[in-house]
Unconditional design. Structure first.
Length: 82
């Protein structure tokens, strides 16, 4: 299981790969749960939480990037005489 501290050390691309793998694993577990009994039902919860961790960390990073970007100054546009 990937801990939040380990995820924060990863690059965005690595986190997206972990997220994709967890989503695929969760999909397979859901199909398996419908067709047969799961050996470890708690695995579905673990995968959902891993996906949520990935989304949270990526969201935090995108908000930080958005705040640190320099503000673009807009100049008032002149209007043409009517």
């Amino acid at each position: 299981m990937t801990k939040p501290a380990e995820l924060r050390e990863m690059s965005d691309e690595q986190i997206k790969l972990v997220w994709k793998d967890a989503a695929e694993s969760l999909f397979r577990l859901r199909i398996q749960a419908q067709t047969e009994k799961l050996a470890a039902p708690s695995e579905m919860r673990k995968q959902r939480r891993l996906i949520a961790r990935c989304q949270t960390i990526l969201g935090e990073r995108s908000r930080v990037v958005g705040k640190s970007a320099p503000a673009v100054e807009t100049t008032p546009t002149e209007t043409a005489p009517a």
